[in-house]
Design a protein around this ligand. Structure first.
Ligand code: GLA
Length: 679
């Protein structure tokens, strides 16, 4: 992907989205409420400083009748009401969930799972991304909405569909198979080329005609991994095409910016947002803390840094998060007092200029009736409402932060296609997962006070002192070369195990892993030797490691640590090829050390690379800096149960007090210091 083009497209957006300070907003579903409630809602929104409201997200069945006619009466009224109260509208196209009359009339739009069974209406998003019938119907609705409101002064932003691919990312129906074949023809041109790319001489899979190729439905054995990988790419592209189609319809009627809410989060991996990002005028993300994970806040921090990466470092929008519990995890935890503010500002610290929630008023019916909201079932006589008011006040005081940017001097390479390839069937160990590797390094860097930009493989790496490549299993030749060039130009490098193993077709590069960076790292990995869950191995440094070992041969590097026991006994576990002639050091880590051991590795690497660290960062205490041309803002976010004492000097925008030298951040609190001087 040409990232210069990405920037050019983004900056050429006809009207940029400009938040009002740090926007405070929400999804609002007035169709679930009586008009009398609308007026109360809008009065309350004004009271707490809500500046942006997303509507018509699930409006289709209210707007359009089976005969195709539209009734905009309620939407007109809501938009006027918000406008009269100075609240800007983020207007949904409303196409996310087809109304029952449409799926009844056209059951062929329903998605099919990998076992060939249909997924039925009655929930949401019951549509196949490749269905031309659905596409036509959705575009007709988008067109009607855009035509009617394209120049309405209340509208500030367009919101295409909702969380495209949340439930329907992969469809295995015949229509999808036909579209997949078209996509493959465009990619490979000939059947011979496809056979080569997919390695179909394995297991007698050689194709003789395009018609023989289907979607990778469930098989008796495991499936062809290259086919599965291409199907993932195709599926992401199909939904991106849907986004583009709706966007282009809107652009015929409106100059306003267009976005859609991404899901940069742990449990959604089907959309390659590096490919989507250039298609929207501003990056928007939905993020929910995931209590199924060992470190939910670590995941939040990474997701926010990745979202900033998608935005090319520019400010982005937090389009949805929750005031308290969600309803879709096995155990839906309430937020602790103070946590909503803290979590909100963690996103702001990492570049968000909007803090929006799902949703305004908690539903009384439907699947999400036990999902938190700004106005809970209890109403405004509640602790939650007091916190919502406080959040509105604090965001009001943070207005001057809007537009400032985070600038990291560490680049962490992240890739959705590498995620798909890493976590595929038949990997060396099913306990080894891509995100775990990414999070492990991100955590160690964060706790060391380093500021990390998450970037796409292939993105320019100029200006970064350190490049971190955790578990980038699949890497394209051209993208590997960008890393080579950066190291030659002086950047330091840390690569962790299982990186650089396969090319873009999931074909292994032979001759010793990771062939693509073997010379750069000065090593050769001869054999993988993963560990059983729960097993550990010692390193000669005394560090304990788990999950993975491998038989590494040091070719042209210093060995900094070795396996002491286990299947790779005596082999290098950590190596460094010293830079010479202006190039940077290239480190390789062949296992997963425990947290303390990884901290030591990262500390050495950061020190060698001369990376600046923000003082006070510690486990559970995040320190991040946003800066504009003339101001710096230091965010200190204390997720722990103890007070944190950090060096800081300036004015705290959260409490309105001056700080000189040392700041005590109470347990669970957050502070935003406007610094006295620009660094
Ligand atoms: C997503 C959706 C919302 C809502 C929330 C619940 O983010 O976009 O409509 O379902 O999840 O967490």
């Amino acid at each position: 992907m040409d990232l210069a083009l990405v920037d050019a497209q983004r900056t050429s957006a006809r009207t940029p989205y400009v938040p009002r300070g740090i926007d405070f907003g929400c999804d609002y579903n007035p169709e679930q409420w009586d008009p009398a409630v609308w007026r109360e809602d809008v009065a309350l929104m004004r009271q707490i400083g809500v500046s942006l409201v997303a509507i018509n997200i699930f409006g289709w069945s209210d707007l359009q009748a089976p005969d195709g006619s539209f009734d905009f009466t309620n939407l007109d009224e809501i938009i006027e009401l918000l406008h009269a109260n100075g609240i800007r509208v983020n207007l949904g196209t409303g196409t996310s969930s087809p109304p029952p009359w449409l799926t009844t009339r056209h059951p062929e739009i329903l998605p099919v799972a990998d076992d060939g069974t249909y997924r039925y209406p009655g929930g949401r998003q019951a549509w196949c991304p490749s269905s031309p019938i659905f596409r036509r119907a959705a575009l007709a609705l988008a067109e009607a909405v855009a035509e009617r409101y394209g120049r309405h002064p209340a509208i500030a932003l367009w919101h295409v569909s909702n969380e495209l691919g949340c439930h329907n990312a992969h469809c295995y129906c015949d229509e999808s198979a036909a579209a997949f074949r078209r996509w493959l023809r465009a990619r490979y041109g000939t059947i011979a080329e496809l056979n080569r790319a997919w390695g179909t001489s394995f297991w007698s899979q050689r194709y003789t005609d395009w018609a023989e190729i289907g979607t990778p439905r469930r098989t008796l054995s495991t499936r062809n991994p290259s086919q599965v990988l291409d199907f993932s790419r195709f599926s992401s592209d199909e939904l991106r095409d849907h986004l583009i189609a709706e966007r282009d319809v809107i652009r015929r009627h409106s100059d306003l910016p267009v976005t859609t809410n991404f899901m940069v989060t742990a449990h959604i991996r089907e959309l390659d947002y590096w490919q989507w990002a250039p298609e929207v005028d501003i990056i928007a993300n939905d993020h929910y803390l995931d209590h199924r994970l060992a470190d939910p806040h670590g995941e939040l921090a990474f997701a926010a840094d990745l979202t900033r990466g998608l935005a090319g470092g520019a400010p982005w929008m937090l389009m949805e998060h929750a005031t308290g519990s969600v309803n879709w995890q096995p155990h839906n935890l309430a937020k602790l007092p103070g946590q909503m503010l803290r979590d909100s500002l963690e996103h702001v610290a990492r570049g968000a200029d909007s803090v929006c929630f799902f949703q305004w008023r908690a539903s009384l019916q439907g699947s999400e009736k036990f999902h938190s909201a700004l106005v809970s079932h209890t109403g405004t006589r509640s602790r939650l409402w007091a916190e919502v008011q406080e959040l509105g006040d604090v965001l009001g005081r943070l207005g001057e932060v809007a537009g400032s940017r985070v600038a990291g001097d560490v680049a962490l390479l992240f890739s959705w296609e590498a995620w798909w390839a890493f976590d595929a069937e038949n990997r060396p160990s099913s306990s080894v997962a891509y995100l775990d590797q990414v999070w492990a390094t991100h955590r160690a860097l964060r706790e060391a006070g380093a500021t990390v930009d998450v970037v796409a493989p292939g993105a320019p790496l100029d200006g970064y002192r350190l490049i971190v490549v955790p578990g980038l299993h699949l890497v394209r030749d051209a993208h590997a070369a960008v890393v080579d060039d950066a190291v030659r130009a002086g950047a330091h490098l840390l690569v962790t195990f299982y990186s650089g193993i396969v090319d873009e077709n999931d074909r292994v590069r032979p001759g010793g892993y990771p062939a693509v960076w073997r010379d750069l790292l000065g090593i050769r990995v001869e054999e993988f030797a993963p560990l059983l869950p729960g097993d550990a191995v010692s390193l000669t440094s005394g560090t304990s490691a788990s999950l993975w070992t491998e038989r590494v041969v040091a070719v042209d590097c210093d060995v900094r640590d070795r396996f002491d026991g286990g299947p790779a006994d005596g082999a290098p576990a950590l190596t460094r090829r010293s830079g010479s002639g202006g190039s940077g050091d290239a480190w390789y880590l062949a296992t997963l050390p425990d947290a303390h051991g990884l901290d030591r590795v990262v500390d050495d690497v950061l020190r060698g690379a001369g990376v600046e660290r923000l003082a006070g960062a510690a486990p559970g205490v995040d320190v991040i800096r946003r800066a504009s041309e003339d101001r710096g803002y230091r965010f200190i976010i204390n997720h722990t149960a103890s007070d944190a004492v950090v060096p800081a000097r300036g004015h705290d925008l959260v409490t309105g007090t001056d700080v000189s030298g040392e700041l005590r951040v109470p347990a669970g609190a957050v502070r935003v210091i406007r610094e006295d001087a620009v660094r």
